[in-house]
Design a protein around this ligand. Structure first.
Ligand code: ZN
Ligand code: ZN
Length: 284
């Protein structure tokens, strides 16, 4: 069951109390979560699952995610206000992204948050060229758009989460929003492998011995490294040269907070990239 945003915030506040201060990446993440949780709160009473059982079953059968861009209920004034706050947070932590505070603070919602730009982001297409005018790193632009739209995706996903028949999906993209996974876990019960959506934090079950990016099942191309405690695994694929970080919940002593794990394992990203592997996103 995905962890709620408020539970992650609580955990981070507790951690800060105990340790005095949070490392900069976690502090950044907490600030983002505060804005996102506020948006989620405003959306909570408005959204309801808009799909019939039949429609859901049909989509799952056909491999069509349950939310298309046009079905995503975006409240533009709320989205724009969230974007402005989020942009400010990215600007305050500009050094984490090798960017400049001024450049980030200058980003305008009127350029980034057009319907066509968001649709392109959602459908994983190249962003319009108007967005890259200031030589801004495209990955960073993608991250900012993502952070602003995330509470809408999460809120919408929550209304549909329970209707996923896990055994009938098992595809390499998110059953709810179509996003790629960026983290995985092996469950505590049977060691089954689950993927975590990079966009809406939905979890879905997937084959242990298959690459979630290029779908190869050739075992000569797939392997993993684990840390000394056996808690983390870095799965790599020689076919597409991508990696996915994985936590083995059978080895965990405490509760694992998956979205937070993305930030607790930044060293694994560094190592994987140094070894020549790429993360899930495609910068186009
Ligand atoms: Zn998703
Ligand atoms: Zn692959």
């Amino acid at each position: 069951m995905p962890i709620e945003t408020d539970a992650i915030l609580q955990y981070l506040e507790e951690k800060e109390r105990k340790e005095g201060a949070l490392p900069r990446p976690l502090e950044f993440y907490r600030n983002l979560l505060q804005v996102q949780s506020e948006v989620e709160r405003k959306l909570v009473s408005r959204l309801e699952a808009g799909l019939s059982r039949d429609a859901i079953n049909k989509r799952i059968e056909n491999g069509t995610p349950l939310i298309s861009f046009d079905e995503l209920a975006l409240d533009w004034p709320l989205l724009t206000a969230a974007f402005d706050e989020i942009k400010g947070i990215f600007a305050n932590y500009a050094e984490l992204f090798n960017s400049s505070k001024r450049r980030l603070a200058e980003l305008g919602a009127d350029v980034l948050l057009t319907r066509s730009a968001l649709k392109r982001w959602f459908t994983k297409q190249k962003l319009p060229s108007t967005i890259s005018i200031r030589g801004m790193d495209k990955k960073l632009v993608n991250s900012i758009i993502h952070a602003a739209i995330k509470p809408f995706l999460i809120s919408h996903a929550k209304t549909l989460r329970d209707s996923i028949d896990q055994e009938r999906w098992r595809r390499s993209y998110c059953p709810i929003c179509g996003g790629s996974p960026d983290f995985a876990f092996l469950d505590a019960e049977r060691g089954s492998r689950w993927l975590l959506c990079s966009r809406c934090d939905t979890e879905w079950i997937f084959q242990r011995l298959q690459c979630p990016y290029c779908n190869t099942q050739d075992q000569n191309d797939l392997c993993y490294f684990s840390d000394d405690a056996g808690l983390y695994r870095l799965y790599i694929c020689e076919r597409c040269k991508r990696y996915i970080k994985t936590v083995d919940q059978r080895q965990a002593e405490n509760q694992v907070i998956l979205p937070l794990e993305r930030f607790l394992t930044l060293d694994m990203d560094r190592q994987a990239i140094e070894m020549g592997y790429k993360p899930h996103y495609r910068v186009t």
